[in-house]
Design a binder for this molecule. Sequence first.
Ligand code: NDP
Length: 285
Amino acid sequence: MTTFLGLGAMGTALAATLLDAGLPVVGWNRDPRRAQPLAGRGAVVADTVDKAVVGDGPVIVCLFDHRSVHDVLDPVAAALSGRTVINLTTTTPAESRELAAWAAGHRIAYLDGAILAVPDMIGGPGSMIFYSGTEAAFAEHRELLDRWGESTFFGADAGLSSVYDTAMLTGMYTMVAGFLHGAAMLAAEGVPAAEFARWQAPFLTAMTGGFARYAATIDAGDYAGGGQSLRFTEVALDTLLRATTGQGVSTELLQPVHDLVRRQIAAGHGDLDTARMFEELRTTR
Ligand code: NDP
């Protein structure tokens, strides 16, 4: 029997995948009304966390945030001793590591997971989940985990899945913000966002082909190669900023990128590859 603590949109999708495969599920949700759809599909719905953590199966946690995970798990820590907790709640790397230490203190096997999919994608193509923490728990439950999507284990440091997850999402959110900026530029001409998306999506897809070259440059730490220079990029960004202003659109998203490039040039790196921006971004720790 697999236990689910948290039957919001994502917890429900995860539990439903197991029910569809004929596997037994017991679930708990703070607001019991949200558990009703799963009850109708054959899940046992517990009215307390205590009653949900019965048996010896894995305990899947999919709650709002780090605090809510403690709110729910702390009172049942003794009952979880000797069990496996798989936490799929989005947390920072530091929070994941804190939860792993908490689990170790209660003799709980802990696997931290990061879901790179929306609920509708769970169990279907394109769904990926990153894991880190107790490797034996990943191996033992691999078959179950693979039902939700492609499962990848990154290592014994429980924070690693979150490091990958938050890095991936940072790339996604800044890209989405860039798309919205471009849509605003075209909206100033009365062009609908759908028309812009038709052109922007394939262009960005093609541009991701360049990531491997950027990565090779960064990993080699040698920015003197023949890629697009910071000086070239500065001129391009200056043009984009002037076009943005001309369209009456806010520059607050693009201006910091231009500032960063200009600081690199002022420091004497103008002839180096634009990938050198990486060196400035990595310096805050
Ligand atoms: P929902 O808002 O649908 O569900 C949140 C869940 O957390 C509910 O079960 C809610 O209970 C519960 N909860 C919140 N606070 C508490 C608390 N203090 N004590 C007990 N339960 C609490 O969110 P999702 O299901 O979409 O997301 C769950 C996790 O999955 C998040 O960490 C999210 O980042 C992650 N995730 C979600 C994705 C998505 O596309 N939805 C994608 C990738 C990851 P109640 O119903 O009673 O409020």
